[in-house]
Design a binder for this molecule. Structure first.
Ligand code: ZN
Length: 398
C-alpha cells in the first residue's frame, strides 16, 4: 500500500480505485505500435514535430514504464522514460476521453555511494557481487580506458569507487557516474578522476584516451542541432531533448562510418527515416539517420572501417532539410558524440590545474578513510522481485 502511494505522487492524479502497473518496454515496440495496441489514437504520434518524433524513437527496450488504470482497467495515464532526462506522459481527458501528450522531466533521487571491494576473482565480477550493479562494473572498466591491465590484479588487492546513482520511483535508473576510483595492482594505487563531467583523468591530470571516433562527414555546413539530454524551449514553453548531433550538409554528401565496426542495421525507422547503425567494440554503437540512401551493397553484418563510405545525406523521416543525425550510444544509452570525437590527448593545465590537484588530494584522503573503514558496499535490491511484488500489491488492493 505504501509503495502504491509513493508511485502515485509522480502521476498527476491517482483517482479512487485507480491502480498502477509497471511494464518493461518490449524489444521492437515503437511508440506508434504502443498507441495502436492500447487503443490510443495514433494522431498523438503523427502530430509530433521532427524533434519529438526523433525523441519518441529513443524509448529503450526493457525500460520500466508505468500505466495508471481506473477501476474498470482502462488506461488513464502512461509514463514512459525516454533518454536519460525526459519522459512521455500520456494523460486522458476525463470529458473527451482522448489522450494528450506532455514531455516532462524525469524526477530523480540522486544517491552518493562508495564501494570498497577486495578482489576474489576479477574486478568486474567482484564489483557485481558486492553491489549487484553491472553498469557500475562496466563503467569502472571503461573509466580506466585500458591504462591498467586488470589481468595483473591479484586476489586480496582492493579497489574503491566513489559514485552517484540515480533512482526513479525508488529504483535504479540510468548509468552510475563514477566520480573517482582507485585500484591496487602490485601494491601500486592507480587512480582515475572524472573531471568537468566529461572525461577521466589520471592523478597527474592526463586525460585517459578513450574510444576514438571520427566526424562522419568530410565536410558539413554547420551543426544545426547539438546534443542535449534536456533543455527548456523558451518559445514552445516545453522540454526538448536531442540525443545526437545534427550536421546540416548537402543532399548526397558521403556519410562515413565514425569508427571500425560491424553494420547492425540498414533500413527505415520511424522519425529517423532511412538509417544505418554500426556496432563498435566496448559497447559503442553509432547511428546515421535521415539518409537519402545507402552505399550500394551495404548490408547488415558487414564489417566497416573508420572513415568508410556507408551512405548519403538526405532528408528522410521527420526532417526539415538535408542533414545527418549522428548518434552515439554506449550500452544502448545515448552519449554526447563530442565527448568521444577527440583529436589530441588533453592535459589539465593553467588555472584549472590547481583546482584539479586539490580535488585529487581530497579524494586521496577519502580513499584512505574508505579503505581503513571498509564498510560493506551498498547492494542493489533484486528489482525483478520488487516489480512482481508491486504488481501483486496493486492487484490485491483492488
Ligand atoms: Zn537529429
Amino acid at each position: 500500500m505504501f509503495k502504491k502511494i509513493i508511485l502515485c505522487l509522480s502521476l498527476v492524479a491517482c483517482a479512487n480505485g485507480a491502480y498502477l502497473e509497471e511494464y518493461k518496454w518490449k524489444k521492437g515496440e515503437s511508440f506508434l505500435t504502443f498507441l495502436n495496441s492500447n487503443g490510443i489514437s495514433p494522431s498523438i504520434y503523427y502530430d509530433l514535430d521532427a524533434e519529438d518524433r526523433e525523441l519518441a524513437m529513443e524509448i529503450r527496450s526493457n525500460v520500466s514504464y508505468q500505466i495508471l488504470r481506473n477501476d474498470s482497467g482502462e488506461i488513464e495515464q502512461v509514463l514512459i522514460p525516454v533518454g536519460e532526462e525526459l519522459q512521455l506522459h500520456l494523460i486522458k481527458d476525463q470529458k473527451s476521453k482522448s489522450f494528450s501528450l506532455q514531455i516532462t522531466p524525469i524526477v530523480y533521487q540522486n544517491q552518493s555511494l562508495s564501494a570498497v571491494v577486495q578482489i576474489q576473482r576479477s574486478p568486474y565480477q567482484d564489483i557485481i557481487k558486492a553491489t549487484n550493479n553491472s553498469a557500475l562494473a562496466n563503467e569502472f572498466l571503461n573509466s580506466y580506458k585500458k591504462s591498467v591491465n586488470f589481468k595483473h590484479v591479484k586476489k586480496g588487492d582492493k579497489l574503491v569507487i566513489f559514485y552517484s546513482q540515480r533512482k526513479r520511483l525508488g529504483k535504479r535508473f540510468g548509468d552510475p557516474i563514477i566520480n573517482a576510483a582507485m585500484i591496487e595492482v602490485n601494491k601500486k594505487k592507480n587512480y582515475v578522476f572524472l573531471y568537468e563531467d566529461s572525461s577521466y583523468f589520471d592523478e597527474k591530470g592526463r586525460e585517459l584516451e578513450g574510444y576514438l571516433l571520427t566526424i562522419p562527414l568530410k565536410s558539413y555546413k554547420r551543426i544545426s542541432s547539438p546534443f542535449t539530454h534536456k533543455r527548456w524551449h523558451p518559445i514552445l514553453k516545453r522540454y526538448r531533448a536531442h540525443l545526437g548531433i545534427d550536421y546540416a550538409a548537402n543532399r548526397g554528401a558521403h556519410v562515413k562510418s565514425a569508427g571500425d565496426g560491424v553494420v547492425s542495421f540498414v533500413g527505415t525507422k520511424g522519425g529517423y527515416g532511412k538509417i544505418v547503425e554500426v556496432s563498435h567494440k566496448s559497447g559503442y554503437k553509432t547511428i546515421y539517420a535521415h539518409l537519402n540512401g545507402f552505399k550500394k551493397g551495404l548490408r547488415r553484418g558487414q564489417k566497416v572501417k573508420k572513415g568508410q563510405h556507408i551512405a548519403y545525406v538526405g532528408n528522410t523521416g521527420r526532417s526539415t532539410g538535408p542533414h545527418l543525425h549522428f548518434g552515439l550510444y554506449k550500452y544502448n544509452r545515448a552519449t554526447n558524440p563530442k565527448k568521444v570525437i577527440k583529436i589530441a590527448k588533453n592535459i589539465v593545465s593553467g588555472k584549472k590545474r590547481r583546482a584539479f590537484n586539490k580535488m585529487v588530494k581530497n579524494y586521496k584522503h577519502k580513499f584512505q578513510v574508505a579503505m581503513d573503514k571498509q564498510k560493506t558496499p551498498f547492494k542493489e535490491e533484486k528489482f525483478n522481485y520488487i516489480v512482481a511484488l508491486e504488481y501483486k500489491n496493486n492487484l490485491n488492493t483492488n
